[in-house]
Write a protein of this length. Sequence first.
Length: 198
Amino acid sequence: MAVSPVEAVPARDVEGVIDVLTAAFDGYEAMTYMLGPEGTPEDLRALVGYFVRSRSSVGSPIFGVRDSDVRLIGAAITDPPHPPVRSETVDITATLGADVVDRMHRFGHAVAPLEPHQPHHYVGMIGVDAAHRGRGVARAILDTVQERASTHPDSIGVVLTTERPANVRVYESMGFVVLGEVTTDDGLLRSWTLLREN
């Protein structure tokens, strides 16, 4: 099945982005950690929706690829250098509870010191529909983000994190370099931060 070139996804298609990323992150270590053992599929969609909408609401770039039926089959949410302050469009504490928010903060505090101090483009989430994996969709999206980074006067490159060792090798094959590895202060989640320089 043919796929489209990477595009900047308009705000009207945010639900399609949430669909792709919710499916891609089902069972993913970071989401399982944040949601805890009681997390449901509805909780996962609410958490992914929070991450997507908080970026969409301030115009942070969201990239996607569509199939021949014009359905999104790959998507990434990103932050540019000097991202705008995100307005809280969803009260995530009321939706998912204080424990989830606490684990979100634990994760954020753990990985933050590994990010470069220089301005960069950050990929918050990237996912591809299961039927289209292995066809270069994620690579095409990351290359598009890299193109943005390389033409930005401040950005040193593209940064992302992963909580899966196999993903580290995949990203390294795309030119990313590991900046560091960290474990959350409760010892429950390990994460790697990677950079692909311009």
